[in-house]
Write a new protein. Structure first.
Length: 430
């Protein structure tokens, strides 16, 4: 991922230094276990820890000749450890190192992403409570539907990210497995106790059947989870983008002093952050299909998955980390215009109360079909002629034959639509 969309803490997880450090720990912990089993001398295991060093440039140099990254690393490590290096990687295969390392990196990445989700949840909760009873218009198909509150809108997104957190915890747990089982995963040349020891030291679970690699359905689930989180980001980002449109302007991104919206038009205040979030969500979701395709590999292993994970492992987690933190900032500083929301509720002359009138007529003994026709014919005058809905209903003899003027007016009470807000908030924020 390019630096523009990378935060240092997440980027470091995927840098060579961290990768080789994890490789070294895998090999060194394996040596400790082998020494306890009497397979290698205990002094050799101690020497690996004491003398173990590596240089990224040297590893790259060796790899240019060997065309094999793990061998290049082991060769460089041996240059520092000396004769005891012959006991390193005993009975292991490259995937033992690569897959276990990837598990550690994805676990590290998950820990950061979970912190990011907590930032979003805190911001959404604060703003939802702030605007718990701020009336706004609900829209379906982009058209005015019925009143809701801005707090309820945010509460819905809070619930989505709360689900996202639970899914990520489960995905983190599922992908955090260790495989130290040797060629084709049979443990023929290495004791399963070595795997158990390394797993415990790295905070991983053992992979029950590794077939030389960790099964990629685990990774598919992980990246699918990231994809769903990205979609939840985009869902909220698009809501903000719509609310910032000039003809609505119910809410907008914070526009800092000195900020410029357009190189050509000085008046512009563009939703650039949420547009950026929509784009970043596409990047994260782009990892999902390749991750699913990685599940189907030849026999006990092939490396068709390798290039995919080397690209999307860093890119998807770095992009999502950046997007989550950016979204938390957008929510935290979001400018809300309650007056504009209230004005928009009444833009179409009370049409948003049509269902209440419909129901009142049915309660008064009119069939639902006839009630619908009565309400709709008056509503269409508002849409097409700019009439006032309440006035039209009061002037319709078929309506007033069933409902008194006071009963019609009662249908236009905005508070009717917010009477269960506390119930919903209790469900979400319990």
């Amino acid at each position: 991922m390019i630096p523009r969309y990378s935060r240092p803490e997440m980027a470091k997880i995927w840098e060579p230094e961290n990768r080789f450090r994890i490789w070294f720990e895998i090999e060194a912990h394996a040596c400790d276990a082998q020494a306890e089993l009497g397979v290698i001398p205990k002094e050799a295991a101690k020497e690996v820890w004491a003398k173990g060093k590596w240089e990224i440039a040297r590893i790259d140099e060796i790899e240019r000749e060997t065309k094999h990254d793990v061998i290049a690393f082991l060769t460089n490590l041996a240059e520092h450890v000396g004769p005891s290096a012959r006991f390193v990687h005993q009975g292991m295969t490259s995937s033992d190192v690569l897959d276990t390392c990837l598990a550690v990196q994805l676990k590290q990445a998950s820990d950061l992403l979970l912190k990011d989700l907590d930032l979003i949840l805190a911001a959404l909760k604060r703003r939802a409570l702030e605007h718990k009873m701020t009336p706004t218009i609900g829209r379906s198909h982009g058209i005015h539907a019925e009143p809701t509150t801005f707090g309820l809108k945010l509460a819905g997104h809070y619930a989505a990210f709360d689900r996202a957190k639970r899914r990520l915890i489960a995905a983190r747990d599922e992908v955090a497995t260790c495989a130290i089982s040797g060629a084709v995963g049979t443990f023929a040349n290495i004791d399963p106790k070595v795997e158990a020891h390394v797993a415990a030291k790295l905070g991983l679970k053992i992979e029950p059947v590794s077939t030389q690699i960790i099964p990629r359905d685990r990774h598919a689930m992980f990246f699918a989870t990231l994809g769903v989180i990205a979609s939840s980001i985009e869902n909220l980002a698009i809501e903000i983008r719509h609310l910032q449109r000039s003809e609505m302007r119910e809410a907008e991104e914070y526009f800092s002093p000195g900020q410029k919206g357009s190189s050509a038009m000085p008046h512009k205040r563009n939703p650039v952050l949420t547009e950026n979030l929509t784009g970043l969500a596409r990047i994260v979701r782009a990892a999902v299909t390749p991750a699913l395709e990685n599940v189907a590999l030849w026999h006990e292993r092939d490396i068709s998955h390798s290039a995919v994970e080397r690209v999307f492992g860093p890119d998807a987690t770095i992009a999502l980390d950046f997007a989550l933190v950016r979204l938390a900032g957008v929510i935290d500083k979001l400018i809300v215009y309650p007056e504009a929301m209230a004005k928009n509720v009444e833009t179409y002359g009370g049409l948003v109360h049509s269902q209440r009138v419909l129901l009142a007529l049915t309660q008064a003994g009119v069939s639902r079909e006839d009630s619908y026709k009565l309400v709709q014919r008056n509503a269409m005058k508002v849409w097409l002629e700019g009439k006032d809905f309440l006035a039209e209903l009061k002037a319709d003899p078929d309506v007033t034959a069933r409902l008194k003027p006071a009963e019609i007016e009662e249908c236009f009470d905005l508070a009717y639509h917010t009477k269960h807000v506390d119930t919903i908030f209790a469900r979400v924020f319990a």
